[in-house]
Write a protein that binds this ligand. Structure first.
Ligand code: MN
Length: 307
């Protein structure tokens, strides 16, 4: 009996408190779409997925000369979601279901491809003509088997509609893209439980964010250098911090003597624990479903974009 209750106590203590850091992942640089450079922590050969997430790309930050901006012209997706978060620049997104929108700084587009869309992500005519600073993110979120063939859904949220909060000490602000933080609830609906937060942390500021133990969680450092997890491990700009599933809080700090503000994305989701069959822009559960997706796309069953 004594042993059993001891074991139980250990279980409980593992489920509460600050998570430790399970590892750091460096980004690789790769070309995407019509040839724009992205930094990509995953997927790569040594680290291909972090259930339920499939990919994270950081576009820029870079200064583009007039005529230099490139995009991703018409391409298909099936079986997952693409989440675009733009910090600077101006993009125009369209799809074969007739959705259309312009993303500006701070806007989010949460596109659920479901059964399939043809998607176009291009710089706006003005941004293409004038150039300027480009900075943004695209996250791929896998869909559970039950939602893979759902009707495509498109949520476009302008910056002003994304809930934001500031800490009492004024050192931390958060934009709540998905989930809940500092008493604010996101307006975006997700198919499975997802947390997507953008923190801005001044020197001396600290975050203790509740992330239930069943979530897989990571941080991506957008700018600066921070200290992460129970032990305060250091990580900087372009690195991804993987948290262990050993607590229900994520700790992030910007040291009091830091020179710069720390910008971090904190992203978490409950793992699907389902088979993943992946081929480029199609992510399904079986090889057969991938072959079907390729055929459906070739036969035009995901539609075409009417400009
Ligand atoms: Mn796309």
């Amino acid at each position: 009996m004594a042993r059993a209750s001891e074991a139980l106590r250990v279980e409980e203590s593992r489920a509460v408190g600050a998570r430790t850091v399970a590892g750091l992942v460096n980004s690789i640089e790769t070309l995407e779409g019509a040839g724009f450079l992205v930094r990509r922590p995953f997927p790569k050969a040594s680290f291909s997925k972090f259930d339920p997430f499939l990919l994270l790309d950081e576009m820029g930050p870079m200064e583009l000369a007039p005529g230099q901006a490139k995009g991703a012209p018409d391409h298909p997706h099936r079986g997952f979601e693409t989440v675009t978060y733009l910090l600077s620049g101006e993009m125009e997104h369209k799809d074969s279901r007739g959705h259309k929108g312009r993303l500006r700084a701070g806007d989010v587009q949460w596109m659920t491809a479901g059964a399939g869309v043809v998607h176009s992500e291009m710089p706006s005519r003005e941004f293409q003509r004038d150039g300027g600073r480009l900075h943004g993110f695209q996250l791929w979120v896998n869909l559970p088997q039950r939602d893979k063939m759902m009707r495509p859904r498109y949520q476009e949220i302008q910056a002003a509609r994304i809930p934001k909060a500031t800490s009492d000490d004024r050192l931390v602000t958060v934009s709540v893209i998905a989930g809940e933080a500092m008493g604010k609830q996101a307006v975006i609906e997700t198919c499975t439980p997802i947390i997507y937060l953008h923190y801005t942390i001044k020197p001396g500021g600290a975050v203790s964010q509740r992330v239930p133990v069943e979530y897989n969680a990571f941080a991506y450092i957008v700018d600066g250098e921070g200290r992460f997890g129970a032990e305060g491990e250091r990580a900087l700009d372009g690195q991804m911090v993987l948290f262990a599933q050993d607590g229900d809080l994520v700790r992030i700090e910007n040291a009091a003597d830091a020179k710069t503000t720390l910008e971090v994305l904190l992203i978490a989701g409950v793992p699907l624990n389902e088979a993943v069959a992946r081929y480029g822009p199609f992510v399904m559960n079986t090889e057969g479903e991938i072959l079907q997706a390729i055929e459906d796309y070739r036969e035009g069953r995901m539609g075409v974009i009417n400009s």
